[in-house]
Design a protein around this ligand. Sequence first.
Ligand code: SF4
Length: 225
Amino acid sequence: MPDTEKISLILKELYPDALCSLDYGEDPWRLLIAARLSAQCTDERVNIVTVPLFEKYPGPYEMAGADITELENIIRPCGLFHTKADSCRSMSRIICEKYGGRVPDTMDELLALPGVGRKIANLVLGDVYGKPGIVADTHCIRINGRLGYYPEDMKDPYKAEMILDAVIPKEEQAAYCHRMVMFGREWCMARNPACPNCPVRDLCRHYKENYRNGRNCERHKNTNT
Ligand code: SF4
């Protein structure tokens, strides 16, 4: 098992401000909507789209009454706009009707909202309600597999979440996952990770298996040297 404490320390030094890259202005409902829109879309694009979106629908009550075609047209640039519009409006309606406009703060209640899976639920629980939660997104799954928490080819978000939940201190989980996103964009990219100069390479199983003793794996030979 990797040295979690040392890895966390290095990541903290690299990224002291472990912030969510979605713009939601501390509003849980806005985070929920932005996170739903981010499926198969970049956070940058979501942040562009949510400006006019939240101007037109500032809260769940406004979105609950949205005309679906108008809503679809605004979120179209995020892709999958039919299903995203439907789940955004449906979850807003439930939040208004069942929770009086407040986003619920338990995993089970969040999972019962249309379009909300464990990744979004953990994001909301961690960022808004200060509860522990591993956001097992693509960066998190890839990097921790390379580090050695589980096999690199393991892509199951639930298994990754459970394994990491057992080793990452509860109070650090939300920040750890935000740092994973930043680290995954800057160093441990899906293609051509910057292993030779990586700040956590000495703690990384992928590095040890592929680069130690001056050896470079076939896969990276022509890309990282
Ligand atoms: S050494 Fe390579 S694989 Fe390991 S964390 Fe760094 S960039 Fe990722």
